[in-house]
Design a protein around this ligand. Structure first.
Ligand SMILES: NC(=O)c1ccc[n+]([C@@H]2O[C@H](COP(=O)([O-])OP(=O)(O)OC[C@H]3O[C@@H](n4cnc5c(N)ncnc54)[C@H](OP(=O)(O)O)[C@@H]3O)[C@@H](O)[C@H]2O)c1
Length: 307
């Protein structure tokens, strides 16, 4: 049974397991037909998942378009849609920054068209530099879009998972949630970012919670990925070391009979600052396995809600 938590001080009650949709943009070794995207999202809804994360540059609004087509045939209000702004997509693995206020408003309209909706629940600054973040004109323009009803809440997806500058400035720019890399192999946010989130009552979306799939336990050191899979671009030695560590964790920390992917997601969800995880899901079976993680999360959490 999926559980729900309030996303910081927003009125959004999100399922603790969300669905990341970077893979819909075609950078994870395969392209997605509409029926395949539908099957993933339908499985999520069947299991009580109500949160999805996408972005302007997962393909040129391609991931958003697959979601939009799906949403146009389902109930919009059943889903909390988080998307992002700040880049122009040119071709796979090539984007340029575009954080100027005028350009972002144009991107917002393009995202709304692709998503076939008239509002976005959480609109996130997408891993941009501090210089782009410290532009009051941008945040003023976005606040006007909230007043116009196009955005419900703003968030920040920090690029470095130790970016205290952008995290600490959240209250000032009216950003209510932080999206950050957090998983069993990378605990950096525990030191400075999570305490800042707790101080400001920000929601936290843990992204890359399976360490790009390495924490599923299905890859052994030396695993090779196809040239169209983003993991082909990871440093090979670094990946080998991560997979060795995953083997150790699997041996020493994962209880007998528990799927490692579900365990790794539940591990993230135990931290009191973390609201939800947003694992990328390639098929309905992965959605189902990830949803099972909610059953491994025991004990109260400061953001628990009952729907
Ligand atoms: N800058 C940013 O804001 C930013 C950056 C990165 C990601 N994100 C967001 O975070 C989301 C998640 O990150 P991510 O997709 O990079 O990494 P991830 O969630 O750690 O890993 C996803 C991959 O793990 C594998 N997997 C998923 N569930 C599994 C299961 N139950 N069992 C076995 N394998 C499983 C799948 O690949 P295989 O089956 O091929 O192994 C899947 O593509 C993205 O979709 C995106 O929404 C945001």
């Amino acid at each position: 049974m999926v559980k729900y938590r309030r996303l910081g001080s927003t009125e959004l009650h999100v399922s603790v397991i969300g669905i990341g949709t970077w893979q819909f943009g075609g950078e994870w070794g395969r392209e997605y037909a509409q029926e395949e995207a539908d099957a993933i999202l339908d499985k999520g809804q069947e299991l009580g998942i109500n949160l999805m994360d996408t972005a302007e540059c997962y393909g040129d609004h391609l991931s958003e378009s697959l979601i939009g087509d799906y949403i146009s045939r389902r109930k919009r209000e059943d889903w909390i849609i988080a998307t992002k702004f700040g880049h122009h997509f040119h071709e796979r693995f090539t984007r340029t920054d575009a954080f100027d206020a005028k350009g972002v408003i144009a991107q917002l309209d393009a995202s709304l068209r692709a998503l076939k909706t008239d509002y976005i629940d959480l609109y996130q600054f997408h891993s941009g530099p501090d210089q782009a973040f410290d532009n009051d004109e941008l945040w003023t323009a976005l606040d006007k879009q909230i007043e116009a009803g196009k955005i419900r809440f703003l968030g920040t997806s920090i690029g470095s998972n130790d970016n205290l500058h952008q995290t600490d400035a959240s209250a000032r720019v009216n950003s209510r949630a932080i999206q950050v890399v957090y998983n069993r192999l990378d605990r950096m946010p525990e030191e400075r970012v999570f305490p800042s989130c707790e101080r400001q009552d920000l929601g936290v979306l843990a992204r890359v919670p399976l360490a790009s799939g390495y924490l599923s336990g299905k890859y052994k050191p030396g695993a090779v990925f196809g040239s169209t899979d983003v993991r082909h671009r990871h440093d090979a030695e670094n990946t080998r070391l991560k997979l060795l560590e995953v083997e150790r964790i699997q041996r020493e920390e994962v209880p007998q009979g528990v799927e490692m992917a579900s365990w790794a997601l539940a591990w993230c969800l135990k931290h009191p600052a973390v609201t939800a995880v947003i694992p990328g899901c390639k098929d309905p079976e992965q959605v189902a396995a990830n949803a099972r993680a909610a059953g491994l999360v025991t004990g109260p959490h400061p953001q628990d809600v009952r729907l």
